[in-house]
Design a protein around this ligand. Structure first.
Ligand code: XIL
Length: 682
């Protein structure tokens, strides 16, 4: 171990140090991205509820579209709803090969032009559907017998069609339904696959990029909504490979033709996992058997919860317009009346009302001051014959498969290790089994301050923790405490910049967060410095070099440890919270925001008087069991490496302890509780 296990000091000596230091709560002083400006946060403005799907979706920067048939534009009920409700249009059949190029070299754009003109003259945007598909393909194409002819025919079809609509199409479904159902995630047989091989998809995308560089290029398919399906994984591997090799792809369309149960529970995970590869995701052909309101709500929420889910299209307007008319799967009945599913969808679209303001008003979605209610003690140590635990500390938590999964440090006179608990509801936390992770390959010895997340690009859970170095273990199943791998280190040794600045501090509290291109590893030194290293998403967990000081304060207690960084959902904003020690010797949190993970950080609620979370902005309806609000984690909207939080009704799992306790730091009686925000504007 490179470093003495931390926190050998006593509480008394810590307070002695405090007394000798003039406490300030000014902004982060000094260099390297430190913020000195006053809080610029605004209270959430919210947005007025809109009365149509398109307008409501637009409030979060999204669109709401419908598939449209040229032959129905003359139906006044139909056109009335189309013009009122939708701001994106997909021609249902008119841009398919068997309409556009029914015979070789003879192009008929008239029906699609009718829809395009209707849409563009009303400010509605267009999705182009679709260029290369095995279905609705004229027989003169499917009967081609040699690769050279087919390649030239495919290129000509893509180029001529895209040239005709150049500049008018928001996104093209370049290739539709190329993957087989079931099986091992392979391509389906088609004339394209059979003659050109796997590379036909890549050829189509490369051709499309040259034909209209301004259009987003999508891969579109059905039955790829369930993250656990082989087909989904096949498409995911393709997109990951395209991104890695620079094959042009901008978006993935999930058709979302659902049964009455609606989306699979993993749908949001699927959307966010694809988005984490660096593509937009869209729901492109939504219809749900019998249109249960809850199923539409769940589908819409999944999109709203994923920042890169840019819009939803329903596959038709009235039930009678649907290709599944018998199942009544749409938002309007045969007479054009709104159904319950319509209201549910409109409501769900309003789920993150402040999101659109993100670009112009960077702190619109978080308030500038916070108020909380604390639970009582939810989790306490559960010593066993071989684990004599004094404190349960430093919790990390995700919600996955209907359960909370909590990892925490266990502290005792002999040092630190880790524990895992899972339960369905907070009310069951106290009775959950404590699985000591020193029994897994993580092993015995100094391991503390865990952080758990799902690293979607590798389909793996990561547990990051401190060992004297910054270390991690991986697991394919978060619910299996024995599945964790032996520790590996992120760094070969403590980076020089930390050695130069750590003074008498301790290297602690490692934190990983990724955007769509890079991953960042933060750590603290109990000496007023927050450090940041960087690597690419593709290289993670390797390649963390060039460590820098991300923030610092000459008063080390004002920027002490336990830093968390999160992505704020529906905005371009990141939230940083850092644990400080107050003038009363008690722990509390300060907060900053930034438009990028690399800073610079602007104060949000960052003082003792206006803290992020402190005893003075927390009520304790179940009894004031702690005056410390110390090391913990916000509840996240998902599980992945983007660490996204919903800015509405924040919850923070934290460690606190009996204010009268004292003695050796390692044996302090830390317990876990949950804060729930009470001043949320949404
Ligand atoms: C459907 C249309 O809605 C029908 O009118 C047509 O007869 C068949 O195609 N996946 C797709 C869409 O990508 O193009 C299909 O549209 C529905 C399934």
């Amino acid at each position: 171990m490179a470093l003495t296990p931390r926190r050998g000091r006593t509480r008394a000596s810590l307070l002695g140090l405090l007394a000798a230091t003039v406490m300030t709560t000014a902004g982060l002083a000094g260099t390297a991205g430190a913020a000195t400006s006053p809080a610029q946060a605004q209270t959430a403005t919210g947005s007025a509820k809109a009365s149509t799907l398109g307008a409501q979706a637009a409030q979060s920067g999204r669109y709401f579209g419908a598939a449209v048939a040229a032959g129905k534009l003359g139906d006044t009920t139909y056109a009335g709803i189309l013009n009122r409700e939708f701001n994106m249009v997909t021609p249902e059949n008119e841009m398919k090969w068997d309409t556009i190029e029914r015979s070789r070299g003879s192009f008929n754009f008239a029906p699609a032009d009718q829809i395009a003109n209707h849409a563009t003259s009303r400010g509605q945007r267009l999705r182009g559907h679709t260029l290369v598909w095995h279905s609705q393909l004229p027989s003169w194409v499917s009967s081609i017998g040699d690769a050279t002819t087919l390649r030239s025919v495919m290129k000509n079809h893509i180029t001529t069609t895209m040239a005709h609509y150049k500049g008018k199409i928001y996104a093209w479904d370049v290739v539709n339904e190329a993957f087989a159902d079931g099986g091992g995630g392979q391509h389906r047989p088609s004339v394209f696959q059979n003659l050109l091989g796997d590379g036909f998809i890549e050829e189509a995308f490369r051709t499309a990029r040259s034909a209209d560089p301004a259009a987003k290029l999508c891969y579109n398919d059905y039955n790829i909504e369930d993250w656990n399906a082989a087909k989904t994984q096949g498409v995911y591997r393709m997109v990951r490979d395209f991104k890695a090799r620079g094959v042009p792809i901008d978006c993935v369309g999930f058709q979302a033709h659902f049964g009455s149960g609606g989306p699979p529970t993993s749908f949001q995970t699927t959307l966010s996992s694809f988005a984490a590869l660096g593509v937009d995701v869209q729901i492109t052909e939504l219809d749900i058997a019998q249109a249960p309101a809850a199923a539409y709500t769940n589908t819409t929420r999944a999109c709203m919860n994923v920042p890169r889910c840019t819009g939803i299209t329903v596959w038709g307007i009235r039930d009678s317009d649907s290709w599944r008319a018998g199942e009544k799967p749409l938002l309007f009945d045969n007479n054009g009346n709104k159904k319950a599913a319509y209201n549910a969808t409109l409501t769900a679209l309003g789920g993150t009302p402040a999101a659109t303001k993100a670009a112009t008003s960077p702190t619109a979605s978080l308030p500038s001051s916070f108020k909380w209610n604390s639970s009582g003690i939810l989790m306490s140590p559960k010593p066993d014959a071989t684990h004599n635990i004094a404190g349960l500390k430093d919790p990390t938590v995700v919600r996955h498969n209907g359960k909370w999964h909590v990892f925490a440090s266990v502290a005792s006179a002999s040092g630190y290790n880790l524990v895992y608990l899972s339960f369905t509801d907070w009310s069951q936390a106290a009775s959950a089994t404590h699985h000591y992770l020193d029994r897994s390959a993580i092993g015995t010895g100094y391991r503390a301050a865990p952080q758990v997340f799902y690293f979607a690009p590798q389909n793996k859970w990561y547990l990051v923790y401190q060992t004297g170095n910054a270390s991690y273990s991986t697991n394919s199943d978060i619910s299996n405490p024995n599945g964790w791998s032996a520790p590996k280190n992120f760094y070969s040794a403590m980076p020089d910049i930390i050695k130069q600045n750590i003074g008498n501090g301790y290297w602690v509290d490692m934190w990983v967060i990724c955007d769509s291109a890079n991953c960042y590893l933060f750590s603290s030194d109990d000496n007023g410095h927050l450090y940041r290293s960087q690597t690419t998403l593709a290289q993670f967990p390797n390649g963390f070099t060039n460590t820098v000081i991300a923030a610092q304060d000459s008063n080390k207690y004002a920027l002490f440890e336990a830093s968390n960084i999160y992505k704020v959902q529906g905005s371009n904003q990141y939230l940083l919270i850092v644990e400080a020690i107050g003038s009363d010797g008690k722990r509390y949190f300060r907060s900053w925001t930034s438009s990028s993970i690399a800073g610079s950080w602007t104060q949000l609620a960052a003082s003792e008087a206006n803290p992020f979370a402190r005893a003075n902005n927390t009520a304790f309806p179940a009894g004031a069991w702690t005056k410390d609000i110390s090391h913990g984690e916000l509840i996240r909207a998902g599980t992945d490496q983007t660490l996204t939080i919903n800015p509405c009704q924040l919850q923070y799992l934290y460690q606190g302890m009996n204010p009268n306790a004292g003695g050796d730091y390692n044996t302090l009686p830390w317990r876990l509780g949950l804060l729930t925000q009470t001043n949320s504007a949404c």
